[in-house]
Design a protein around this ligand. Structure first.
Ligand code: AP5
Ligand code: MG
Ligand code: ZN
Length: 215
């Protein structure tokens, strides 16, 4: 299955993509994670991406499209994938259509996770991420282990640099202006399924699988 997860910052794309990846046996492809790995590794891509990410802005389309094109061409992605955080602009969506056409593939469904804006800021200010394996925690709704570490790998947890209130507000504005138009883009193509993300993590997971006909 070839899936796109759409939704504002903090909607739960990463959280849901992880479990969909495990349930459906397809790789989880997150452009945000790819950029953060490049930042941690100190590569030229990382240095370029960091300035945009810290400002809550989008990395330029040509850079982002290039890394996705390479990633989708890898063998593990040829029989399916769940895209998290890509596409985020209309030119990215058009480029994805072209990339998949070249590979003789197509998107099966786009799931938009819908969460009221006031809840998003709260979710992001209390998010913690594992430095070791990338597992996503929340101090209230998905707490770390009793030692304050990752329950999967024991790794140290950190707070993302772009999870400050000011940067979150900027990211939400960028989402409204540049990414929200994609809802209409995929609705017109008959691919859009909307799921409420304003429920506990397991319920959102069940609703998403039901929307995909996999419940
Ligand atoms: P990216 O990493 O994609 O960030 P984002 O889209 O802002 O989304 P988040 O990762 O913040 O939220 P999420 O929806 O994954 O929520 P999560 O599951 O963590 O992008 C970061 C930056 O990279 C961008 O700003 C941009 O600069 C750059 N970038 C990335 N892709 C790009 C692209 N295509 N083009 C250009 N630039 C790009 O959950 C959030 C919190 O809520 C967690 O604490 C979680 O535990 C908790 N939670 C999750 N679900 C629930 C629930 N149902 N109930 C209660 N709590 C929940
Ligand atoms: Mg994410
Ligand atoms: Zn971990």
């Amino acid at each position: 299955m070839r899936l796109i997860l759409l939704g504002p910052p903090g909607a739960g794309k990463g959280t849901q993509a992880e479990s969909l990846s495990a349930t459906l046996g397809i790789p989880h492809i997150s452009t945000g994670d790819m950029f953060r790995e490049a930042v941690a590794a100190g590569t030229p891509l990382g240095r370029e991406a960091k300035s945009y990410m810290d400002a809550g802005k989008l990395v330029p389309d040509e850079v982002t499209i290039g890394i996705v094109r390479e990633r989708l061409d890898r063998p593990d992605a040829r029989s399916g994938f769940v895209l998290d955080g890509f596409p985020r602009t209309v030119p990215q969506a058009e480029a994805l259509d072209e990339i998949l056409k070249d590979l003789s593939e197509k998107i099966d469904a786009v799931v938009c996770i819908d969460v009221p804006e006031d809840k998003l800021v709260r979710r992001l200010s209390r998010r913690r991420v594992c430095r070791g394996c990338g597992a996503i925690y929340h101090l209230e709704t998905k707490p770390p282990g009793p030692d304050g570490r990752c329950t999967v790998c024991g790794g140290e947890l950190y707070q993302r640099d772009d999870d400050t209130e000011e940067t979150v507000r900027r990211r939400l504005e960028v989402y409204r202006l540049q990414t929200e138009p994609l809802i209409r883009y995929y609705e017109k193509r008959g691919l859009l399924r909307t799921v409420s993300g304003d429920k506990d993590i397991d319920s959102v997971n069940r609703d998403t699988l039901a929307a995909l006909g996999r419940a």
